[in-house]
Write a protein that binds this ligand. Structure first.
Ligand SMILES: *[C@@H]1O[C@H](CO)[C@@H](O)[C@H](O)[C@H]1NC(C)=O
Ligand SMILES: *[C@@H]1O[C@H](CO)[C@@H](O)[C@H](O)[C@H]1NC(C)=O
Length: 276
């Protein structure tokens, strides 16, 4: 008896179903996203297909009404239109220009007297990936130990905007209060560029080269990272002595002369001493 009722229940619930719900995981805020819902009616008659964004109905297809398609809340999230067949409904949605995650649901209901409902939900996140790597401005080719540098790293436009991190020889540089990531005004689709300043003093014992890396991090799941690297050569000892060599010679000359004078003086003193 129990088995029979279970079979009967299965027969009812599988009478019509959503076979495929296509909602892109990510949507670019500059382009309309296409969402589609495929269903199977078996021997039931279709009453309506509804699309929801979170709790709000945005689209309704009712084949027995004129016009059969109605769009709701067009200004809020900009449902651009849709198209339905006997076994599918497609909607075009212009995502809002903010990095948000929303639930899109498709609801397929049958004609009376049963009015059964099949429903499926998937999430879509609005995101715009950067097209280019970030750019480091202000990095000299050569630096002297003790010298100061002011670097600026600017990322490409993205949504959400990138967080900028600086690394010197793979070590994360903690930002000072005035060196936080800053953002440009938003472009179409809400995309922003970001930049961050890094002030570095080349350590006095530095030698070889400094590997400066700037990372533009997009906080999405999974995170997206683009980076840029600048290799800055530090003047070595030999380069330093070459650099100051002309001054060095004359300095050496002066000190040699002074030394000679000192010796002459001492000699004079000694001879005076001896003569006494
Ligand atoms: C329109 O959409 C916005 C954003 O999703 C929502 O806050 C608002 O309640 C909606 N209005 C209606 C009438 O559904
Ligand atoms: C960093 O560079 C960007 C452009 O690449 C510029 O808009 C911004 O003003 C610069 N920041 C500073 C503090 O110089």
């Amino acid at each position: 008896m129990k088995l029979l009722s279970l079979i009967a229940l299965c027969a009812i619930t599988s009478a019509h179903e959503i076979t495929q719900l296509k909602v892109p995981l990510y949507a670019d805020p500059r382009r309309a996203a296409e969402l589609s819902c495929h269903f199977q009616m078996d021997d039931q008659r279709l009453h309506s297909v509804k699309w929801y964004r979170d709790m709000n109905e945005i689209f309704r297809y009712n084949p027995s009404q004129k016009p059969p398609i109605r769009l709701f809340n067009v200004s809020g999230i900009m449902v651009q239109g849709g198209d339905c067949q006997a076994d599918s409904c497609m909607v075009r949605v212009m995502p809002p220009p903010v990095a948000t995650r929303a639930a899109y649901s498709c609801e397929v209901s049958t004609e009376g007297p049963k009015f059964q409902i099949a429903r499926q939900t998937k999430h879509m996140t609005v995101v715009a990936m950067p097209d280019k790597d970030p750019v480091i401005i202000g990095a000299p080719k050569l630096v002297k130990p003790g010298e100061q540098m002011l670097l600026n790293c600017t990322s490409d436009f993205s949504l959400p905007p990138s967080e900028i991190n600086w690394f010197i020889d793979n070590e994360l540089q903690k930002p000072e209060a005035w060196q936080r990531t800053e953002y440009s005004i938003p472009q179409a689709g809400g995309l922003r560029a970001s930049w961050r300043i890094l002030r570095v003093r080349v350590p006095t014992n530095a030698s070889g080269a400094l590997r400066i890396r700037c990372e533009a991090l997009l906080q999405v799941e999974p995170p997206v990272v683009r980076d840029a690297v600048s290799i800055i050569t530090v003047y070595s000892r030999t380069q330093l002595s070459k650099y100051v060599s002309s001054k060095g010679i004359s300095l050496a000359g002066i000190s040699a002369n002074m030394c000679l004078i000192a010796i002459i003086w001492t000699f004079k003193d000694i001879s005076r001493f001896v003569s006494l």
